[in-house]
Design a protein around this ligand. Structure first.
Ligand SMILES: NC(=O)c1ccc[n+]([C@@H]2O[C@H](COP(=O)([O-])OP(=O)(O)OC[C@H]3O[C@@H](n4cnc5c(N)ncnc54)[C@H](O)[C@@H]3O)[C@@H](O)[C@H]2O)c1
Length: 307
C-alpha cells in the first residue's frame, strides 16, 4: 500500500508517518514546513519521499492508495498568525487534495477537528451534532475553514464517489508538540519547567478531554484498515478535566511549585468539550488506553529534554 501524508512533518503527521512505515506502507509526505519541522522526520527521512510544497497548489504525480490530509496550522497561536493562509489551507488545500483523490481514486482520511462543534450546546458531542460556531470571531479562520473542508469532502464523495473518512480530532498531546505554540498542555508544562506562572484563561472551570498521541494514531490506523465509502468519526479521550485540574496535575508531576495566575477568558473559548466516541468504539473496536497522568509523564520527559 502507498500512502500520502500532507502535514507529515507536523506533530501528529510525523507520528502517523512512523506508524504507517512500521505497518509496511510506502510513504510520501507533502509539507511546506510552516509549523512542522524536518527534525520530526529525522528517524525516517531515508525511508520516505518528501516534498516541501504548499498543499493549496501542489500534489505529487505519483498515485497512492490512501491520503491522510493533515496539513493545516492547528494551534490558535499559529492559525491566527495568518488567518488568510489558514482558511485557504483548509478550503483550497482540501480541494487540491480531493482533486488528486478523484484522479487516482485514492481514499481520503481528512483530519478535521472538534472545533467544528464550536462552543457546544450539546454534551458530550456526537458526530450528528451540527455545532455552535461563530463565523466572525478570531477562531473562525480555523473552525469555519475545517467546516467548509468537510463540506468539500461530502461534495466530492456525493458527486465523484471519492471514499472519505472525516476524523474529528479532539485535543491530542504528546512528544513533538511545539513548545511555543500555546496549546494548553505544552504551555503549562513549559511554564512549569521554566519556573514561570501557569496562565489560566478565565477561572479554569472550562473543561477539555486530552488524548495521548499514540491512542490517536492507533485510531487513525484502524480507520485506514476500515474500508468505507463515507464516514464521520470522533477520535479523542472521553475523560473530562477542568483546565485548573490539568494545571495542578502538571505541577504535581513536574514537582514544581509555580503560581497559577488567571487571565481574562479568550474570545469564543468553549466552556465544555468532550467527545462521544461510541461510534469509533463500535466501528473500529478502538478506545483510548493511555491515562492522563501516564501521558503527561511521557510528555514532560520530552519537554525536559528540550529545555
Ligand atoms: N493536535 C491536535 O490536538 C489536533 C486537534 C484537532 C485537529 N487536529 C488537526 O490535525 C492536523 C495536524 O495537527 P498537528 O497538531 O499535527 O499540527 P502541526 O502544526 O504540528 O502540523 C501541521 C503540519 O501541516 C503543515 N502545513 C500547514 N499548512 C500547510 C500547507 N498549506 N501546505 C503544506 N503543509 C502545510 C505544517 O508545516 C505542519 O507540519 C491539522 O489538520 C489539525 O487541524 C489536530
Amino acid at each position: 500500500m502507498k500512502a500520502l501524508v500532507t502535514g507529515g512533518a507536523g506533530f501528529l503527521g510525523s507520528h502517523l508517518v512512523e506508524k504507517l512505515l512500521s505497518h509496511g506502507f510506502d510513504v510520501i509526505v507533502v509539507d511546506n514546513l510552516c509549523t512542522g519541522s524536518l527534525s520530526n522526520l529525522e528517524s525516517v527521512k531515508s525511508r520516505i519521499t518528501f516534498f516541501q510544497e504548499d498543499v493549496r497548489y501542489f500534489m505529487p504525480r505519483q498515485k497512492t492508495d490512501i491520503v491522510f490530509h493533515f496539513a493545516c496550522p492547528a494551534s490558535p497561536v499559529q492559525y491566527q498568525k495568518d488567518p488568510v493562509f489558514t482558511i485557504e489551507t483548509s478550503v483550497l488545500g482540501t480541494k487540491t487534495v480531493l482533486e488528486y483523490c478523484k484522479a487516482h481514486m485514492s481514499r481520503l482520511v481528512f483530519a478535521s477537528t472538534s472545533e467544528v462543534y464550536g462552543d457546544p450546546l450539546e454534551h458530550p458531542q456526537k458526530e450528528t451534532y451540527f455545532g455552535n460556531v461563530n463565523t466572525l470571531g478570531p477562531r473562525a479562520c480555523y473552525d469555519e475553514g475545517k467546516r467548509a473542508a468537510e463540506t468539500f469532502c461530502f461534495i466530492y464523495n456525493s458527486l465523484y464517489k471519492v471514499p472519505v473518512t472525516i476524523v474529528r480530532i479532539f485535543n491530542t498531546y504528546g512528544p513533538r508538540m511545539d513548545p511555543h505554540d500555546g496549546r494548553v498542555v505544552s504551555n503549562f508544562i513549559v511554564q512549569s519547567l521554566r519556573g514561570g506562572d501557569l496562565t489560566v484563561y478565565g477561572d479554569g472551570s472550562q473543561t477539555r478531554s486530552f488524548c495521548y498521541v499514540s491512542d490517536l494514531i492507533d485510531g487513525i490506523i484502524r480507520i485506514a484498515r476500515h474500508n468505507t465509502e463515507f464516514e464521520v468519526l470522533n477520535l479523542g479521550n472521553d475523560e473530562e478535566y477542568s483546565i485548573i485540574e490539568l494545571a495542578k496535575t502538571i505541577l504535581e508531576l513536574t514537582g514544581c511549585k509555580n503560581n497559577i495566575i488567571h487571565l481574562p477568558p479568550q474570545i469564543d473559548d468553549p466552556v465544555r468539550r468532550k467527545p462521544d466516541i461510541s461510534k469509533a468504539r463500535r466501528l473500529l473496536d478502538w478506545h483510548p488506553k493511555v491515562d492522563l497522568r501516564s501521558g503527561l509523564a511521557s510528555t514532560i520527559e520530552y519537554f525536559r529534554s528540550l529545555i
